[in-house]
Design a protein around this ligand. Structure first.
Ligand SMILES: Cc1cc2nc3c(=O)[nH]c(=O)nc-3n(C[C@H](O)[C@H](O)[C@H](O)COP(=O)(O)OP(=O)(O)OC[C@H]3O[C@@H](n4cnc5c(N)ncnc54)[C@H](O)[C@@H]3O)c2cc1C
Length: 478
């Protein structure tokens, strides 16, 4: 048994949803596109799972966060796919692929053939067992990647209210889950081997702001050590976490966020791999010209950095998806993907954005004892990365624009003094002088523009419960 489509997307997450939207915008015909996904639901905005989904009051639930609400665009419900003649094969794993024959074999035994294939298989969490620790299957040990993980996490959190939670890992998932755990009235302790949280992105100074904020909400930090084993009760539930430094933490539940591994196995030995992902060119096209890769699984040339990177962020998933579809449907009109890396997070009343690359020297700016502060990264004399906490829409847009323009920085002290005002002024100058792609030199000579905007919509002194309500009702963005 088999079916044939012009376009097939394997994987049904964020990038698949945005690719489908782009196919429709570009006039895909009824019956030409098929999406095959292991998940039983239509593509959704995955970041919601560690934010709105975990709120104790008015939590986000599907269908509210199907793609593409995260970009303030239409919400693609299963009805939308049907109306546009897109075949959505859900709850179905693709178990093998043959790129020479242009076929996929599903776990249900169906062969699906394609003219163009888009690989959007994302990534899966690294398991403790890969580090020699057993216990991933225990009923109170949680990971967080998909909807079923999130449902499980919610159930376990609710059953442990008032108890002790240990979070293993100090990255995105660890930080966002720790915040949710205390909002859900658990005592959370974070354990990670690095010297500070968000080790891959934050500087020590930035991390210490967030750690202090977390501590003020009751989160404890144990740094510089790792989990070595669990203690279990007779039901097989974890009761304590043993650390390499010899300490033991009592645990009613454990959340693991120790990184992810891209889902490339279907294509190993068939497509060229790089940096753990499927290597693609600036059109998101792999070493096989009929196969494209997008989202977390794709390693693509990031022009502005001058390197091939594999990014694990939602903005890159959305934009790489749109670019691949443009390249497939209108190849002659589509240039190279020119992406400015963008990461963000929102926890408690905090909200930060990062653009570019965190390479080179760092210049911190702003009020680290207040609500708005940031950092610039200067590499070989040029601004290459910008971070801002608590900014306004205008300020975030300005740091994005300034980073994209890559201005030359001559005086780091002056840059620090101007702070976010520097990005605003670069951005304003660029708008006046027209749509310039690159500003080669930008001497910092303007008067400082320290107008520290009150952070719109942020309730600074809110209690955790009030915050949860506010966050759920006012800030439902993915
Ligand atoms: C809890 C959480 C919170 C996040 N928060 C943020 C955030 O705040 N900011 C940010 O920038 N990024 C965030 N991210 C990262 C962001 O969600 C990912 O970068 C994005 O989802 C990647 O999209 P993707 O389409 O590549 O992969 P995914 O969205 O993971 O989709 C992959 C899909 O492929 C399916 N699949 C895999 N293998 C097969 C197969 N063999 N057959 C069929 N289907 C298959 C999977 O089941 C899944 O549906 C978060 C991620 C998580 C897990």
């Amino acid at each position: 048994m088999g079916r044939a489509f012009v376009y097939v997307i394997v994987g049904g997450g964020v990038s698949a949803g945005y690719a489908a939207h782009e196919f429709v915008k570009r006039g895909v015909s009824i019956g030409e596109l098929c999406i095959i996904s292991e998940e039983p639901v239509a593509p959704y905005e995955r970041p919601a799972l560690s934010k709105g989904y975990l709120l104790p009051e008015a939590p986000a639930r599907l269908p509210s966060f199907h793609c593409c609400v995260g970009s303030n665009e239409e919400r693609l419900t299963p009805k939308w796919y049907k109306e546009h003649g897109i075949e959505l094969i859900l709850g179905t794993r693709v178990k093998s692929a043959d790129v020479r024959r242009k076929t996929l074999l599903t776990a249900t035994g169906e062969t699906i053939s394609y003219k163009y294939l888009i690989v959007a298989t994302g990534a899966r969490p690294l398991k403790l067992e890969e580090f020699g620790v057993n216990g991933s299957d225990a009923a109170n040990v949680c990971y967080l990647r998909d909807l079923s993980d999130a449902d499980r996490l919610v159930d376990v959190m609710q059953s442990c209210s008032g108890g002790d939670a240990v979070v293993i890992g100090g990255g995105y998932i660890g930080m966002e889950c720790a915040a949710s755990l205390v909002i859900n009235k658990l005592n959370a302790t974070m354990v990670f081997p690095e010297a500070h949280c968000m080790g891959r992105l934050f500087t020590t100074k930035i991390a210490s702001y967030y750690e202090e904020f977390y501590k003020s909400k009751g989160v404890k930090f144990i740094k510089g050590t790792v989990l070595t084993s669990f203690d279990f009760n007779s039901d097989g539930k974890v009761t304590a976490v043993n650390l390499k430094d010899g300490s033991k933490l009592s645990a009613d539940m454990v959340v693991i966020g120790i990184g992810i591994r891209p889902n490339t196995s279907l294509f190993e030995g068939q497509l060229t791999m790089e940096k753990g992902g499927i290597k693609v060119n600036g059109k998101m096209q792999s070493s096989n010209t009929s196969v494209y890769a997008i989202g977390d699984v794709a390693s693509f040339p990031v022009k502005i950095i001058g390197e091939t990177r594999r990014l694990e962020h939602v903005d890159s998933a959305r934009k790489s998806a749109r670019h691949a579809v443009a390249a497939i449907m209108e190849p002659e009109k589509t240039g190279e993907f020119d992406y400015l890396p963008f990461f963000y997070s929102r926890v408690f009343t905090l909200s930060w954005q990062f653009y570019g690359d965190n390479a080179g020297e760092v210049v911190h700016f702003g009020d680290f004892s207040g609500n708005t502060f940031g950092a610039y990264w200067i590499n070989k004399g040029y601004l290459v990365g910008s971070f801002l906490e608590g900014g306004t829409k205008e300020q975030y847009e300005a740091i994005a624009r300034a980073t994209r323009l890559k201005p030359m920085i001559e005086d780091l002290g002056e840059l620090e003094r101007q702070g976010v005002g520097f990005a605003l002024s670069v951005s304003q100058k660029a708008s006046v002088s027209g749509p310039t792609d690159v500003v080669d030199s930008c001497v910092i000579s303007d008067k400082p523009m320290f107008v520290w905007h009150a952070t719109a919509g942020v309730i600074v002194a809110a209690s955790i419960a009030a915050f949860a309500y506010w966050y759920g009702t006012r800030r439902r963005r993915w």
